[in-house]
Design a protein around this ligand. Structure first.
Ligand code: FMN
Length: 180
């Protein structure tokens, strides 16, 4: 299975968690990692190129730090520019049909904040629903997200390298193992 990882981090220079994930992935030749903010410093996303790239992969990973309960804005623009009517959805818009998508996100908040009655009230699955529906609207297959909680506070090197290994296992696992 060939895998494309789109990393959308506005500030990778000071990142620890997402950078640890990128370092771990560099050991795996079947995973192609792209850095969205580096590729498009002016935010002029090349939709044709992105669509062509999407066609080449079976599984697409959307990796980002959770910013205000959502993805950073360049990734939102990527959806807006690339998932177009007549290509991703609508009449003859079937190019994403059957492709697998996985969100991989890191949070500052601990896991127990992300539950009913917790500090953030909702689960991560609930916060990620707009992306889930974007994928399924385009006939893609939405697989369970990978989440590293407490990435900012507890994010010491040992924890983050352990999470990076768990991440790489998750994104390479067969869909049957991810969905029960
Ligand atoms: C602008 C901004 C918004 C953030 N919003 C959230 C949030 O909504 N929930 C949360 O748990 N953490 C939030 N954080 C913390 C980041 O998610 C956390 O620092 C990041 O995932 C750590 O990964 P990194 O080391 O790769 O940057 C936010 C951080 C910034 C800078």
């Amino acid at each position: 299975m060939n895998i494309m990882v789109i990393v959308a981090h506005p500030n990778l220079e000071i990142s620890r968690a997402n950078r640890a994930f990128m370092l771990e992935m560099s050991n795996h030749t079947n995973i192609d990692v792209r850095n969205l903010y580096q590729e498009y410093p002016n935010w002029n996303i090349d939709a044709d190129k992105e669509q062509q790239l999407l066609l080449n992969y079976d599984r697409i990973i959307l990796q980002f730090p959770l910013y205000w309960y959502s993805c950073p804005p360049l990734l939102k623009k990527w959806f807006d520019d690339v998932f177009t009517y007549g290509w991703a959805f609508g009449p003859e818009g079937e190019y994403l049909k059957g492709k697998e998508f996985i969100i991989a996100t890191t949070t500052g908040g601990p896991e127990n904040c992300y539950q009913a009655g917790g500090d953030n009230w909702f689960t991560i699955s609930e916060f990620l629903k707009p992306i889930q529906r974007t994928v399924t609207k385009c006939n893609g297959i939405y697989l369970p997200a990978f989440v590293t909680y407490s990435a900012a506070s507890q994010g010491n090197d040992a924890y983050l390298s352990q999470e990076a290994k768990r991440y790489v296992e998750h994104i390479q696992a067969s869909s049957g193992l991810l969905v029960h």
